[in-house]
Write a protein that binds this ligand. Structure first.
Ligand SMILES: Nc1nc2c(ncn2[C@@H]2O[C@H](COP(=O)(O)OP(=O)(O)O)[C@@H](O)[C@H]2O)c(=O)[nH]1
Ligand SMILES: [Mg+2]
Length: 227
């Protein structure tokens, strides 16, 4: 009889350990995020004045910035996804977990967006990227289906020359095969390697399939922990 009681408590003990282990892993797999829209700014003077850090997303119009914001936060309609290029001309701040901002920047490379000092990039973009102290890290989104585009390379060079910390996200990976994807990423690395000794961190994403979510969120977390 004693033997039985001993066996049962042992079983409970192991079950408790397994349960705790299981819960830890589940929470790591399905990272949930608290996100809410904070504000839209048409001038750099309008961005939030607290000292929370910004993690921003930029790229050509239609590359998938807003879709990525929605995919990362897990909230479908948070950022407006549009079939019309050049529609978002504002800096949109989303407050994440009450502790940092995810920032959806206006797209560049859209003909009707007014041009200024740095030619092909609007003053709003260059002011934010080069001068805003809140800007902690910038992800440049590029379409994984395309060869390196001149405007993206120009923008990346601008960041490199000004020491802006950035990474690259290849979007819409669901639209091509893994082999094509590998080829395009290799081409991109080669192109950047012609000019830069060190390559930025790179990620592959598909907002449609949720691909890249964990890697990007883990990278952001790491990034925010550094001053
Ligand atoms: N298949 C696919 N389509 C995408 C993906 N991301 C964005 N899109 C589509 O691309 C278009 C532009 O997306 P949007 O997020 O508004 O781009 P933004 O202008 O950079 O903000 C929309 O029609 C999206 O549905 C993706 O990962 N996969
Ligand atoms: Mg958008």
């Amino acid at each position: 009889m004693f033997h039985n009681i001993y066996d049962k408590s042992n079983l409970n003990f192991f079950f408790a350990i397994f349960f705790a282990y299981f819960c830890t892993n589940i929470s790591a797999m399905a990272i949930t995020i608290k996100a809410k829209f904070k504000c839209s700014s048409e001038r750099i003077s309008q961005v939030p004045k607290d000292n929370l850090k910004d993690i921003a997303f930029i790229g050509r119009s239609n590359v998938g910035k807003s879709s990525l914001v929605n995919m990362l936060t897990g909230i479908k309609g948070l950022a407006k996804v549009s079939g019309t290029p050049g529609k978002t001309r504002l800096i949109n701040h989303f407050l994440i977990n009450d502790s940092w901002y995810l920032v959806d920047l206006p797209g560049y490379g859209y003909a009707r967006v007014s041009k200024s000092t740095l030619g092909e990039f609007s003053k709003l973009i260059t002011d934010y990227v080069l001068k805003c102290e809140k800007m902690h890290f910038l992800f440049v989104l590029v379409d994984s289906r395309l060869e390196p585009q001149k405007i993206d390379l120009n923008f990346i060079n601008l960041l490199g020359e000004n020491g802006v910390p950035f990474g690259i996200i290849f979007t819409k990976a669901d639209k091509l095969s893994q082999a094509q994807l590998n080829r395009n990423v290799t081409t991109y690395k080669k192109t950047l390697g012609e000019q830069w000794e060190e390559l930025p961190p790179m990620f592959i994403s598909s907002s449609e399939k949720g691909r890249g979510r964990e890697e990007i969120l883990a990278f952001i977390e790491e990034c925010l922990s550094q001053s």
